[in-house]
Design a protein around this ligand. Structure first.
Ligand code: ATP
Length: 236
């Protein structure tokens, strides 16, 4: 098992956002976490990357207990989050942003090879490598955020709403690239409002409701589950 969240509870002040949540991700999987606004999806991702401390429970990564490990120490272990709302450095060029993704790495040749791979996945980024990131379109910034995350060569890529605010054609491309990244060996945990697209490509999925997992199954099982269809797929 690559990642295991064991009965975790997380509070913002007096508000408990996660109430004893347990999920796991096997190496090589794409796992989708779906749920309505405010269900706790982003909070779960922040717990994994270490941005929010737990009130109780354990997080294990590759057999190691990382529950209390600092966020910056989780990156070299291979955990990388591409944040919701893109989060690129707007004043930096595309290439500078990609270099930032690799800041913990010392293997120059590996970094150069990964930059090549990112440019193959996203030819638009190669064309625009000298452009100031803040002047790029929403879809381009989203590609850059994913590309930057890949530059840290994560074992586990945490993607928070990669389709947010994008046109349907770009969403399709982003999801296709997620599958490609996964086939090249990166495990993916994906948070999505766009449940249809996410479940269609995920090996497994979890449904999160107000800080609790209420359902889990294969992507296909969840796609065909009547309650999931009604609540999250816009099908009555
Ligand atoms: P969305 O799809 O709208 O982004 P989400 O499933 O990612 O939602 P979270 O952002 O994880 O949900 O929020 C879960 C709950 O925790 C919500 O009730 C939210 O209001 C609350 N919450 C999140 N961040 C904070 C914070 N910094 N302080 C207080 N409450 C917070």
């Amino acid at each position: 098992m690559l990642l295991e969240l064991d009965d975790i509870t997380l509070r913002y002040g007096r508000i408990e956002a996660l109430h004893g949540l347990s999920i796991h991700v096997e190496e090589g999987e794409i796992v989708a976490l779906i749920g309505a606004n405010g269900a706790g999806k982003t909070t779960t991702m922040r717990a994994i990357s270490g941005l929010n401390p737990l009130a109780s429970g354990k997080i294990r990564f590759a057999g190691k207990d990382i529950t209390t490990m600092r966020a910056d120490l989780r990156v070299p272990l291979g955990i990388c989050q591409s944040p919701e709302g893109r989060g690129v450095f707007p004043g930096m060029t595309v290439l500078e942003n990609l270099d930032m993704g690799a800041y913990t790495r010392k293997d120059r040749a590996g970094v150069a090879a990964d930059l090549k791979r990112v440019f193959e996945l996203f030819p638009r980024l190669e064309e625009r490598q000298k452009q100031i990131s803040g002047t790029m379109s929403g879809g381009e910034q989203q590609m850059l955020a994913v590309g930057r995350a890949l530059m840290s060569r994560p074992k586990l890529l945490l993607l928070d709403e990669p389709s947010m605010g994008l046109a349907p054609m770009i969403i399709q491309q982003i999801f296709d690239i997620i599958v490609e990244i996964n086939q090249q060996g990166t495990t993916v945990l994906l948070v999505e409002q766009n449940a249809q697209q996410a479940l269609a490509r995920a090996h497994r999925g979890y449904v999160l409701e107000t800080g609790r997992i209420v359902k889990e199954g294969t992507g296909q099982d969840l796609l065909h589950d009547p309650a999931v269809k009604e609540a999250y797929l816009g099908v009555a």
